[in-house]
Ligand binder design. Structure first.
Ligand code: HEM
Length: 367
């Protein structure tokens, strides 16, 4: 019998679930690892997402922190990331029609490999990148519906691991590169895709102008600047609004320890924090289902409750201070380079997530 689930859709219930009082780190990790076991079969990962060992957690978080401090934040990091992003966009902007999600997946994957893992851009063949990103998507989706044996029989994991091992070569530092590639790439491509989509769907040029100004000057001050006397959104507010309406991690699961007989009685043993639902509450201001970055204007500070896109409590995302600015840099470079190269984005009916991008494509405009 599959485990029974209970969903929590209010901010206090989500806080309580993700940051329970008087709970050891081992118990917190165990509660996360249990529902994530499908990822072991799907990707062979061994990280703190699937382990309850506090040492694995400590090493994993330090390694992830090192990874992001080497790119972005202090020093020349953002300029460097901007250069990596610009080169990736130029390489991936297609001559002929390409499905929009494939374009964003490939370029985000390349930026993660080159910007974070310092892979050699010359080693990244286009057909391999398309293959690997496609398999990651497929195995992620399959892991939700197919059993462990079926997942094992399909040898696509071996094939993508072979590719990745050629790109990320420091085996001492990254014995299992997918441990870190996965949480970074899987979330970032969707945030970038959603944000660029809103910029192109916006009826006037306000969001576009903000992205262009930020692309020309990718600094933290510019990230926070509301232009036009405070009337136009900042790049940060655009990203926060994308994270609010389309959190890449829509639901966070935790297992609760129950005696076997309670499980048989159908008592829920998996608790779900429904991040997407809580972000749609009117605590975030009026018309919560509408994309409106101005709700993050400092003058509305009283209407800006906590976002849960990066989780909550001790196991929350270590990249929360880095990812919004990094995503903004990628978004801005996409918009800037699309404009400079005369490319156009065909807009579909609805904004997707891991799937659901029917009708969206990108191509160079004909002269
Ligand atoms: C928009 C981008 C991102 C989003 C929305 C996001 C979201 C999340 C969420 C919701 C969690 C908590 C999971 C849970 O409680 O079970 C998490 C954890 C984590 N994320 Fe992210 N993430 C993003 C980017 C990244 C990046 C770029 C990296 C890395 C290099 C990263 C590394 C991690 C790690 C290592 C953890 C586990 C932290 C721990 O166990 O203490 N994330 N992320």
């Amino acid at each position: 019998m599959p485990p029974q689930k209970r969903t929590h859709q209010s901010a206090p219930a989500i806080r309580e679930l993700l940051k329970p009082p008087n709970t050891s780190i081992t118990a917190l990790l165990q509660a996360r690892a249990t529902p994530n076991q499908r990822l072991v079969e799907a990707f062979g990962i061994t990280s703190a997402f699937v382990s309850s060992d506090p040492k694995v957690h400590k090493d994993f978080s330090s390694q992830a922190k090192r990874l992001i401090t080497s790119s972005g934040s202090k020093s020349h990091g953002w300029q460097e990331l901007a250069q990596v992003a610009e080169a990736a966009v130029l390489k991936w902007l297609p001559e002929q029609n390409l499905d929009y999600p494939i374009f964003i997946q490939c370029l985000t994957f390349v930026i993660v490999l080159v910007g974070l893992f310092k892979a050699d851009p010359e080693s990244l063949r286009q057909q391999d990148i398309i293959f690997v990103t496609n398999i990651i998507n497929k195995r992620w989706t399959d892991s939700k519906s197919k059993d462990a044996l079926t997942m094992r029989q399909d040898d696509s994991l071996r094939k993508i691991t072979e590719c990745i091992d050629q790109w990320v070569t420091d085996r001492d530092q990254y014995p299992n590169p997918l441990n870190l590639i996965l949480p970074a790439y899987e979330t970032m491509w969707r945030l970038v895709a959603v944000t660029v989509a809103y910029i192109y769907r916006c009826c006037d040029n306000t969001l576009h102008d903000t992205a262009i100004a930020f692309g020309q000057n990718p600094t933290e001050a510019q990230f926070r600047a509301f232009a036009n006397g405070g009337q136009a959104p900042s790049m940060e507010s655009i990203i926060l609004e994308a994270l609010r309406l389309h959190p890449p991690t829509r639901r966070i699961a935790r297992a609760s320890e129950l005696p076997w007989w309670q499980k048989l009685l159908g008592v829920p043993s998996i608790e779900i924090a429904d991040i997407e639902a809580v972000h749609l509450s009117d605590a975030y201001g009026e018309n919560p289902s509408e994309f409106n970055p101005m709700r993050f204007h400092p003058s509305r500070a009283h209407q800006q409750p906590e976002l849960f896109a990066f989780g909550h409590g001790k196991l929350s995302c270590i990249a929360a201070p880095w990812a919004p600015m990094a995503a903004a840099v990628i978004v801005a470079k996409v918009v800037q380079q699309m404009e400079e190269s005369g490319s156009s984005l065909t807009v579909g009916e609805r904004i997707g997530g891991r799937s659901g991008w029917d009708g969206w494509s990108v191509a160079k405009e004909r002269e």
